[in-house]
Design a protein around this ligand. Structure first.
Ligand SMILES: CC(C)(COP(=O)(O)OP(=O)(O)OC[C@H]1O[C@@H](n2cnc3c(N)ncnc32)[C@H](O)[C@@H]1OP(=O)(O)O)[C@@H](O)C(=O)NCCC(=O)NCCS
Length: 207
């Protein structure tokens, strides 16, 4: 494995294929596309080819030959990240949510910290960042109440889960937000910017 100061995280974000499908079939299309993004990220990283396996129960990704991976998918985008340390990725749509949901996901201190982002962006940033950390640790959604946002600087948020700090970097494309976290203090992010032009980072709300 390369020295911790040289860790690179290879990220691939692709548009979800448009398909006139619903329910399970729609999710299957998204999952398949996310594995295509994973194969592309792995190829850029110089990681081995698939299959990339997951735990049968719960679906936690299993590292392969020292390479860790994470995928995310929704109706708009699919994304994957590959690195030689634990990684997590998530995508969410920047939308307004019900007050009860906001208060369930973010406590008062976290809402204060994200203030100035606009309600929809503030909530989505916090939620998406927490999901990325919960995925990098493998804990999953069950750890949500223990995962706390502690700091904010530009497109980065600092989070803490079970005494460990996580730095989360975020990007935007239209109404979609992406969050990536990598278990190393120094990381070089390799996004597929040539295939997907992300929006410049902005804390303005979407149109
Ligand atoms: C992981 C989790 C936070 C992601 O949820 P999400 O935002 O709905 O979905 P995303 O598209 O962003 O990510 C899905 C991917 O997360 C990965 N994943 C699942 N469980 C994971 C875990 N414990 N740790 C890391 N990654 C996990 C899988 O690769 C999954 O891809 P797949 O569905 O194509 O197999 C959530 O589904 C979870 O915690 N699952 C664990 C199982 C669980 O607790 N189920 C009950 C949910 S109420």
């Amino acid at each position: 494995m390369s020295s911790r100061s040289q860790i690179a995280a290879h990220i691939c974000v692709l548009q979800t294929p448009v398909a006139p499908l619903k329910g399970r079939e729609k999710v299957l299309i998204q999952r398949t596309a996310s594995r295509e993004a994973l194969a592309m990220a792995a190829a850029r990283a110089g990681a081995p080819g698939g299959p990339w396996e997951q735990e049968e129960e719960g679906g936690r990704p299993l590292p392969k030959d020292g390479w860790y991976w994470s995928v995310t998918h929704d109706a708009h985008f699919v994304a994957a990240v590959v690195a030689q340390v634990p990684v997590g990725i998530d995508t969410e749509q920047i939308t307004l949510r019900r007050r009860e949901m906001i208060e369930r996901i973010l406590d008062g201190a976290e809402r204060d910290l994200l203030e100035g982002n606009g309600e929809a962006l503030a909530f989505t940033r916090g939620w998406c960042a927490k999901e990325a950390v919960l995925k990098a640790t493998g804990i999953g959604i069950g750890g949500l109440s223990r995962c706390k946002i502690r700091g904010r600087e530009g497109a980065e948020l600092s989070l803490c889960l079970e005494g460990k700090d996580w730095r989360v970097i975020q990007k935007r494309k239209g109404k979609s937000l992406f969050a990536v976290t990598v278990d190393t203090p120094e990381v070089q992010y390799d996004w597929n910017e040539t295939e997907l032009a992300f929006d410049p980072w902005s804390e303005e709300e979407c149109e």
